[in-house]
Write a protein that binds this ligand. Structure first.
Ligand code: ADP
Length: 413
């Protein structure tokens, strides 16, 4: 039997999932902790490996790792970090944004304080930069611990570094920054990089020909976990916010709506994120109330309440208006009616989002997988299906580690 291991370093600890050739889960392991500090990455990785049974480890053919997008670090020639990594939400790059704007094309996705290239530019102006040889993403560095090669990344992690995923090369404008560092060689996610290091194989009883594959980012891994793979298939995340991702043959870019595309083989993963979502529901109801009140709603019945549920003013997608006011009136006395209006309104915003992506040229929506806390709400699924007019299901697998295990399987076969 062949097994594949996906490892996820997300914002809430690290996880590993081992799958078989049919995609069945054989083992799940966890290393707890919120955002793991850099000194914990090493030990988290080894302890995840140690927790998988030796019997399974002996049959693992390939491993891939996903990290948090734009969590980056500098290393010396031996791969030792020269300073603490900058985490995904670190805004220190804001001081170099103006400099970046002079070289990057207008409205480019890297023009934010938290992009990898803004972080690298900031780091290049610090004293510790003198010792640095390699710039790496979190996933690159963790994979390096397994395969021993420095300076290798994938085009999902490298997107926020400015890597041109259409041309599959670094753009000319990047050279103008004149940063004296090895930028990673960029591979397709899932591509085998090398066999696992001998010492690691022997210590943990992995096969010596176990392949370490190029990784991805946490959000793409979560998309891959759904199993969506054809143009027109989408994943809606109904978590605190509403995030749409639609597979398309056409690449979409529109900074006004915060829309950009990740490359996925020959396809593009397009999408947008709205500030509406479960956080607004939680302001009015507990999760238990959401479940019990929802069961009293008739999903086939249209609620005429027309809300735009937001915690504070402003949205970007599918309505780009930084001052867009939350609309939560009129509020009926009956909580079932109020919740019906909220669920119906978020479903309308979701449908509007997919319409917008299709108007911009994305493939016609054919199927919607659902992840996040709202996915379990069958009433909501029924309401959403009425608007989306395509099958809507709850994703069986939503864990990023599962998506990364699929990537290791697809890449190594
Ligand atoms: P995130 O990781 O984005 O914070 P989760 O995926 O954990 O969010 O989902 C949590 C959200 O799910 C909460 O905002 C909550 O309002 C919503 N939620 C929980 N249960 C239900 C339910 N039965 N129906 C609709 N929404 C729900």
């Amino acid at each position: 039997m062949a097994f594949y291991l996906g490892i996820d370093f997300g914002t809430s600890g690290a996880r590993g999932i081992v799958i078989d050739e049919a995609g069945g889960i054989q083992a799940q392991v966890r290393y707890p902790g919120k955002m793991l500090a850099a000194y914990q990455w090493n030990s988290a990785l080894w302890s995840l490996l140690a927790e998988i049974s030796e019997e399974l480890r002996r049959e693992i053919q390939a491993i891939a790792i996903n990290g948090t997008s734009s969590t980056v670090l500098l290393c010396d020639a031996a791969g030792k970090p020269v300073d603490a990594p900058l985490f995904y939400n670190d805004g220190r790059g804001s001081v170099v944004l103006d400099q970046l704007k002079t070289v990057a094309p207008p409205n480019h996705t890297v023009l934010t304080a938290t992009s990898s290239i803004a972080k690298l530019l900031w780091m290049s102006q610090q004293p510790f930069f003198a010792e640095a040889k390699y710039f790496m993403h979190q996933a690159d560095w963790l994979a390096f611990l397994l395969h021993g090669k420095l300076g290798i990344s994938d085009y999902h992690n490298a997107l926020k570094l400015g890597y041109d995923v259409e041309e599959v090369k670094y753009p000319k404008w990047l050279e103008k920054l004149q940063i004296a560092i090895h930028l990673p060689q960029v591979l397709s996610p899932g591509t085998p990089i090398a066999e696992i290091r001998r010492e690691v194989a022997d210590e943990f009883h992995f096969r010596r020909d176990c392949l370490i594959c190029a990784g991805t980012t946490d959000s793409i891994a979560a998309f891959l976990a759904s199993g969506a793979k054809l143009p027109g298939e989408a994943v809606t995340s109904l978590g605190s916010t509403l995030v749409l991702k639609l597979l398309s043959r056409k690449r979409l870019e529109d900074a006004r709506y915060g829309i950009y595309s990740h490359r996925l083989g020959d396809l593009w993963l397009t999408g947008g994120a709205s500030n509406t979502g479960g956080a607004v529901l939680r302001k009015f109801f507990t999760d238990a109330e959401l479940a019990s009140l929802s069961s009293e709603i008739d999903a086939a019945k249209v609620s005429e309440l027309d809300y735009y549920p937001l915690l504070q003013a402003g949205d970007r997608f599918p309505i780009n208006d930084p001052h867009l006011a939350p609309r939560l009136e009129p509020r009926p006395d009956n909580p079932v009616e109020f919740l019906h209006g909220l669920l119906e309104s978020i479903a309308r915003i979701e449908a509007h989002g997919y319409e917008l992506l299709q108007q911009m040229g994305a493939d016609k929506l054919t199927f919607v997988y659902t992840a996040g806390g709202g996915a379990a709400n069958d009433t909501w699924t029924g309401i959403r299906q009425r608007y989306l007019k395509v099958p809507v299901v709850s994703s069986v697998n939503t864990e990023a580690a599962y998506g990364t295990a699929l990537l290791a399987m697809r890449g190594s076969n």
